[in-house]
Ligand binder design. Structure first.
Ligand code: DHE
Length: 539
């Protein structure tokens, strides 16, 4: 069973608060874990992987959501847990039952499951990965130049999440050129340094390599590097273009280095270790966002639970060097400033942004923003008063936080929140986007609880941020949510997904803010990635 569009990350942390609000439950504490048959156990594990693990962790130790260990869940008991799972909590736990993702029986099953001790899924060796490695088109059979006349750098890869495939769309003609199978619940795409390959990563840890130079974009290699993953990137530094790929896994908690042409697995590095602040051992530090440094042959890697940003030097992987920068716990997503020198990850459960200087290779700042920042890759623009700035929206409140990013010319505003703009639709934003050629700042409200807000896309002018956002409703489908924006290569169109079973990508003229076209027939479209902008980190 596939999950419905859901607030994932968002739905998480409050569970903990909610637990605190159930004192009666302790009185009827149930001290022995309810039994599950082998069939029930398999089914529950499957549901947990689909709906729960992203927020609560595979070992249920908690991250964006609270821990779900028997010490707590046994005290709550089956009935209380069922209520929480079925109806959700105001703090963000999704109402899985009410929204139809779980039946009453499944809700009861999950309430019983989480009272049992968590079981660690198997580890994965290089040998295991190699057994899954498939070369569909060998390097020698691939073209050495584009085999078509299309403007391939303006292609978009659109994740059709629940269909397990990527639609490759021509950004000039808006034609769906082809659809490439990409594995279960594909999460994101990144471009290789040359841009000719799209790299996909699925929640199931499956990596796909799509060659855009072939007459029709074609899957040329695949490999499974983990049971669960969210991130992938390529080596982009001069001299290392298209040489190596890195995959960030949730389970097993490790990163994997692959050959940049064939996807052959080369190296596994475990992220298990001690938290940066209290030095407690953590068995499941998951790899969140990864970017590729523009200043050295390094990947910049968010290690979520231990709170480190790793700089992984890929210039000699037989003698791998890793620098561990103390950042903040529960690092999630993040992006570059406009100069591509500073990487700014969000520690969403700590309401904190961290700034890593990839030239000096150290942390230069850490500051609080609003509740649960979720920038995606964030947005860069020039503020009329504060100069170059970057901004994030939040899951936990309706707020745009803006801070300066130019310590050389605007030291007084660098790494300080210079504007906090209240967003009227309220909480639940996942992404914010602009383009160097635009003065528009587009915002989604994907996880907002009001149907008209999650069905709408909103836009502000960066020159007059205090003015009310213009919001445009894009769908009548109560189950569809508007999510994730991306510009085309010229920077004059913005593309956004209507994430529903009968989904579509809506293309706006950036200047007029009017809809230009709707690309229909897409199944649960989520992220979309323009080749040129993804190659060059333009946002
Ligand atoms: Fe994502 C980025 C993890 C839920 C769509 N998501 C990311 C990144 C991470 C992450 C670590 C950064 C990758 C990078 O930059 O290298 N996402 C997670 C989760 O753990 C979480 C909260 C829960 C889960 O179980 O997966 C989660 N994400 C979602 C969704 O529910 C979304 C909306 C739809 C889906 O795919 O399930 C979603 N996440 C996205 C998108 C990006 C992303 C579109 C890329 C944004 C970009 O512009 O780069």
């Amino acid at each position: 069973m596939l999950p419905k569009p859901r607030s994932a990350l968002f739905f998480l942390s409050l569970f903990l608060l909610t637990l605190a609000a159930w004192p009666m439950a302790t009185a009827q504490a149930q001290q022995t874990a309810p039994k599950l048959s082998p069939e029930e156990w398999d089914k529950a594990k499957h549901i947990y992987f689909n709906l729960c693990t992203g927020c609560h962790g595979t070992l249920r130790k908690g991250a964006t959501g609270p821990n779900l260990l028997p010490k707590k869940t046994l005290e709550l008991g089956t009935e209380t847990l069922e209520e929480i799972i079925f109806s959700g909590t105001p703090a963000g736990m999704p109402n899985w039952g009410e929204q139809g993702a779980l039946s009453k029986e499944e809700t009861n099953l999950m309430a019983r499951f989480v009272q049992n001790e968590p079981v660690a899924p198997p580890e994965m060796s290089l040998e295991d990965m190699k057994a899954t490695w498939t070369t569909v088109v060998p390097v020698k059979s691939r073209p050495t130049k584009p085999m078509h006349t299309r403007n391939w750098q303006n292609y978009f890869g659109v994740v059709e999440r629940d269909a397990g495939r990527i639609a490759i769309i021509d950004g000039d003609t808006k034609e769906i050129i082809t659809r490439v199978p990409s594995g279960y619940a594909t999460h994101i795409l990144r471009s290789s340094a040359s841009g000719r390959y799209f790299l996909s990563i699925g929640r199931d840890g499956k990596v796909g390599m799509i060659d855009l130079w072939m007459e029709k974009p074609t899957l040329v290699a695949t490999v499974k590097t983990c049971a669960e993953a969210r991130s992938v990137d390529a080596s982009k530094y001069k001299g290392f273009e298209d040489k190596l790929i890195v995959v960030g896994c949730y389970w097993p908690p490790h990163l994997v280095v692959l050959d940049g042409q064939t996807l052959e697995p080369k190296k596994i590095v475990s992220t298990r270790g001690y938290t940066y602040d209290t030095f407690e051992y953590h068995p499941e530090p998951r790899v969140a966002a990864i970017v590729s440094s523009h200043y050295s042959p390094e990947w910049v890697v968010n290690v979520k639970e231990t709170g480190y940003v790793w700089l992984v030097d890929y210039s000699n992987i037989d003698n791998l060097k890793i620098s561990m920068i103390e950042a903040e716990r529960f690092l999630h997503d993040g992006g570059w400033d406009s100069t591509h020198r500073y990487f700014m990850p969000a520690a969403n459960m700590k309401d904190t942004m961290v700034v890593i200087d990839t030239k000096e290779r150290k942390r230069v700042a850490k500051f609080m923003v609003g509740t649960k920042p979720h920038p995606g890759r964030g947005a860069n623009w020039v503020d009329p008063k504060f100069g170059p700035v970057h901004g994030t929206v939040h899951i936990g409140e309706g707020l745009l936080s803006v801070w300066g990013t130019d310590p050389a010319k605007h030291p007084e505003s660098a790494w300080k929140v210079v504007r906090s703009i209240a967003l009227e639709p309220g909480a639940g934003s996942l992404f914010v986007k602009t383009h160097p050629k635009s003065t528009n700042l587009w915002l989604d409200f994907t996880l907002n609880t009001d149907v008209k807000n999650y069905q709408s896309l909103c836009v502000l002018d960066v020159r007059t941020l205090e003015q009310k956002a213009e919001c445009i409703k894009l769908t009548e489908d109560p189950k569809a949510r508007v999510v994730h924006m991306e510009y085309n290569k010229p920077g004059d169109e913005v593309w956004v997904s209507v994430w529903g079973k009968e989904g579509e990508v809506v293309v706006f003229d950036d200047k007029t803010r009017k809809i230009k076209t709707r690309i229909k027939g897409l199944t649960t479209p989520t992220g979309k990635f323009n080749v040129y902008n993804t190659m060059h980190d333009i946002y």
